[in-house]
Design a protein around this ligand. Structure first.
Ligand SMILES: Cc1ncc(COP(=O)(O)O)c(C=O)c1O
Length: 383
């Protein structure tokens, strides 16, 4: 077989069995909503970490930049690298940890880095190339962040650096989207103001989607919006708070639709089991459709026996357990279902829709996790 090239039909075939449609117009609409909310003087940084919350890093970043987004926030170095390699020139802010041995890559990527420990600062200075950093300050989340008592040493170090330039200061809210009582978030804001009072910085920022929507006083010089820009609300509490605490009307349009096609339709007599573990037994003569999507694709196993999908604009309930690469659904009441008909796992079909929030409830998680965990290998198609 020497000399024969190996064909890899993987991407092509996956394109036909499951894919994600990204609505360009919905993404643009959401960006416009946030730009109107913050006004022209505040930078809009969109969070594209986690494969742009599952929406596709490159596909989403391009639309964002073309729609006037100022900065992109990523978690990791590899995401910054991928953006630069595809020609994105906008400022990139890295919010996660970069190992000491990889820090030398940052100047070439012209990325900004969040810093919250002395080891990172020292190594950056040793690299001997100009680099802009943003200090992450601990205000109550106890995740990343420099504590009050450690700040003087950091300030002292930065006062004497030749290459490391302090551009920004930042913090992150712990529970702003989890509650109708925003007193803890306001105490974090107060602490942030205290800690930054004598810092000479250009860009102060702390607002995620919920803070951006709810409290203008959190906007400072830049906001870092994630979930909202993808057309999802941070939480039901944020929706209630916006009505109670503001006179804002904000409409967010979901950007993602996740689709697949029917791989088999079969008749299953009453009393037979469906799927692994024999956890589901049909109690009527049923028609069952097999869909080629499973937990490998990010369709969580905890959706077993709980979720619905949409076929011909109607709800088809899951039967039995989610498998690695397949699910089975009940199409007894959708008799027109046939091989290769489209099924919508997430998003709208006809008059019906399945939201990430609803899937989150079924899977005992949050909308963030539902979209972010959709397998990166599934093609993202712009619609
Ligand atoms: C540091 C930081 N900033 C901003 C965001 C964006 O938050 P949201 O998606 O709620 O807008 C996140 C998301 O987790 C984050 O970790």
């Amino acid at each position: 077989m020497g000399g024969e090239s190996v064909q890899t039909p993987l991407l092509f075939s996956r394109m036909n069995t499951t894919w994600i449609e990204i609505s360009r117009s919905a993404l643009k609409h959401n960006i416009k909503q946030f730009k109107q909310l913050i006004g022209p003087d505040i930078l809009l940084s969109c969070c594209v970490k986690g494969n742009a919350y599952g929406h596709g890093l490159i596909e989403s970043a391009r639309i964002m930049i073309n729609s006037g987004v100022d900065w992109l926030s990523v978690n990791a170095l590899y995401e910054a690298r991928e953006l630069r390699e595809t020609g994105v020139t906008a400022p990139i802010y890295i919010m996660g940890y970069v190992p000491l041995e990889d820090l030398h890559e940052i100047p070439d990527l012209d990325a900004r880095l969040v810093v919250y420990n002395m080891e990172t600062l020292k190594r950056l200075e040793e690299i001997g190339r100009e680099i802009k950093v943003h200090l992450k300050l601990e205000t109550g989340n106890n995740r990343q962040g420099i504590r009050d008592e450690d700040l003087p040493a950091v300030k002292n170090f930065l006062a004497n650096t030749k290459f490391v330039q302090l551009e920004g200061a930042t913090t992150h809210f712990a529970n702003i989207e989890d509650t109708l009582d925003h007193s803890f978030a306001m105490s974090q804001l107060e602490k942030f103001n205290e800690m930054t009072a004598d810092l000479d910085i250009k860009i102060k920022h702390c607002a995620n989607s919920a803070a951006t929507i709810l409290f203008k006083k959190t906007h400072f010089d830049m906001v870092r919006v994630g979930i909202g820009v993808y057309g999802m609300w941070p939480s039901p509490e944020t929706r209630v708070s916006v009505e109670r605490e503001t006179n804002r009307e904000i409409e967010l349009k979901p950007v993602i639709t996740w689709k697949t096609i029917i791989a088999q339709v079969k008749n299953v007599p009453s009393g037979e089991y469906i799927g692994y573990g024999c956890t589901c037994r049909v109690n009527r003569d049923s028609r069952v459709a097999v869909l080629p999507v499973g937990y490998y694709d990010g369709y969580d196993r905890s959706l077993s026996g709980r979720a619905h999908v949409l076929i011909h604009g109607k709800r088809a309930p899951l039967l039995g357990r989610v498998c690695m690469n397949m699910i089975m659904v009940d199409v007894t009441d959708i008799p027109e279902s046939k091989l290769e008909d489209e099924a919508t796992l997430l998003g709208r079909q006809g008059e019906e829709k399945i939201t990430a929030e609803q899937m989150g409830e079924w899977a005992s998680t949050i909308n963030y996790e539902i979209t972010t965990r959709i397998n990166e290998r599934i093609p993202r198609v712009l619609a």
